[in-house]
Design a protein around this ligand. Structure first.
Ligand code: DGJ
Length: 345
């Protein structure tokens, strides 16, 4: 009886992550409750922070920061640069967005103290894209020094979505700082890196070479002086959208959505897409990625991190579907849980 009541309450406050307009039977046990500990298929907590997703050959792959161990604030810190040791980038795979199989660390920390991936450094926001012309999986990530002065992008490459990824090195794209970042591949196969630059004040959109390994040298400066970070880019009905956060370290702030007819801009800011309880604080979370749900025209899953800045490995996740208004404006209403259909496979 108690379980039935709990299921009814959850059903009232949750949303079905199915194709817009469809209402298939959904098992309520398949709901992810926002901010609770989410488990992989082995029963371990999903550890993929600042994550991105890739859909490839009928499977979703999720890549994120694998945060384990103590969170430290260095004694020399002049701001809240809490960090955990670099361990690597985790990968999980799923056929249904609900059941996630741990595929291991696909890019691992390095033993050399001078290496970008040494435990003493910072590795954030890995994003993996597939290059159809080279057949390679390409990872871009924010690689940092412990004091966040390096502000560079690291690139790695693999033959399989589950790695192992070979680290190729880091640089500042177009000689500009690169911190929070994502990579977006357009329908024509061209790829773009979006990165918080100029000390996070301005977002750069860097066009990438055909192999996705380098910038071409063509870039635009966007949201100049507006201090936006945590970019998540998606395309709907031929228009481009970028969801971002403000810039307040690990603390939550208001999200913002902008729209453009051209991926390199100019962008028009539409404002905060979040709706409902704690919307002005992005539900105490920060954007990381927006994943189109395969086979569903208008269904997009917006992914957020709910950071626990003094215990980063215990940071949690918030996933919410995007709701499209008649004006084309996307909104992200709060729901206590997101129901993801169990795989029929
Ligand atoms: C906000 C960024 O979005 C995070 O990825 C991380 O870099 C923190 N700042 C560090 O304070």
């Amino acid at each position: 009886m108690i379980r039935t009541v709990a299921a009814m309450i959850l059903a009232a406050a949750s949303v079905q992550m199915t194709c817009a307009g469809e209402s298939p039977e959904v098992n309520h046990s398949a709901a992810f409750v926002q901010g609770e500990q989410w488990l992989d298929t082995d029963g371990n907590p999903i550890n993929a922070h600042g994550a991105g997703m890739l859909y490839h050959d009928g499977r979703y792959y999720m890549y994120g920061e694998y945060k384990v161990g103590e969170t430290v604030l260095p004694e020399w810190a002049t701001w809240e640069c809490y960090r955990t040791d670099v361990t690597g980038v985790s990968c999980y795979s799923s056929s249904d967005l609900r059941n996630w199989k741990f595929e291991g660390l696909v890019l691992k920390a390095h033993e050399n103290p001078d290496h970008d991936l040494h435990a003493s450094k910072v590795l954030e926001r890995p994003k993996v894209v597939y290059n159809a012309s080279t057949g390679k999986f390409v990872m871009w990530a924010h690689v940092e020094s412990a004091d966040y002065t390096k502000a560079a992008a690291g690139v790695a490459v693999a033959d399989s979505p589950t790695g192992p990824f070979e680290y190729l090195g880091s640089f500042r794209p177009n000689d500009a700082m690169s911190r929070d970042q994502t990579v977006f591949v357009d329908d024509d196969g061209k790829a773009y890196q979006f990165a918080s630059s100029e000390n996070n004040a301005t977002m750069y959109i860097n066009e990438l070479s055909d192999d996705y390994l380098r910038p071409t040298g063509r870039f635009t400066r966007n949201f100049i002086g507006a201090s936006r970070e945590a970019p998540a880019v998606f395309k709907h009905d031929g228009r481009y959208y970028v969801l971002t956060s403000g810039c307040t370290g690990w603390d939550p702030n208001s999200a913002q959505i902008a729209v453009a007819d051209n991926v390199m801009g100019p962008w028009t800011v539409w404002g905060d897409p979040c709706r409902g309880k704690d919307a002005d604080k992005t539900f105490y979370a920060q954007s990381t990625y927006v994943q189109p749900v395969q086979g569903c025209d208008d269904t997009y899953l917006a992914m957020f991190d709910r950071w626990n800045k003094t215990d980063l490995q215990n940071s949690r996740y918030v996933w919410l579907p995007i709701v499209w208004g008649n004006d084309g404006m996307p909104t992200i209403p709060w729901r206590d849980a997101v129901e993801l259909p169990e795989s029929k496979k």
